[in-house]
Write a protein that binds this ligand. Sequence first.
Ligand code: SF4
Length: 219
Amino acid sequence: MPRESFAGLQTRTGKILASLRHAYPDAHCELNFSNPLELLIATILSAQCTDKRVNIVTGELFKKFPTARDYADAPLAEIEEAIKSTGFFRNKARNIQACCRKLVERHGGEVPRTMEELHSLDGVGRKTANVVLGNAFNLNVGVVVDTHVSRLSQRLGLTREKTPEKIEQVLMELVPQADWTLFSHWLIWHGRRRCDARKPDCVHCEIRNLCPTGTMVAT
Ligand code: SF4
């Protein structure tokens, strides 16, 4: 297969965006939240855990700990108990408490709106910061690269990069900034509903004709 030029890749990416926008007009963050703090906590909890499980846990958690100060002042064991079923709970509880202490000390208990400030909080990497900036504040500062976005970016031939940081850089060049947050929702929704890690449903895929992996699959 001839190597695709960057201009060709940009054109194909534009068509993928249009098709996914059409396929998933309601795509959104599937974590439940009603304010930036709740989204920050839910995203920390979502590491190695399904959104569905996180939503079950946060239903009670957010009632018990409505503010950053509540997490900051609580006995650590209480936070651990409340989030136990999300896995890696000791580490997550420690991070949540340390993160909320910094929110109280540095930001008056509010979640900051910049990548630098968010990234300096415990348990908050670039991916979590992008989730919060994009979905709680409508700021397109970067592209969320999770396991679905990584897998689909490779299957769709958008990049051969392997690390989330490098994949994000490529996607930021290919996708218009206004679509960065939605683009990751579209790929995540497509990954969950169609392009499964083990069994992609290429035959019924909405973007099959734009996907080098899909066009190799016989009907
Ligand atoms: S054609 Fe197959 S591999 Fe490509 S995006 Fe669709 S489901 Fe995934």
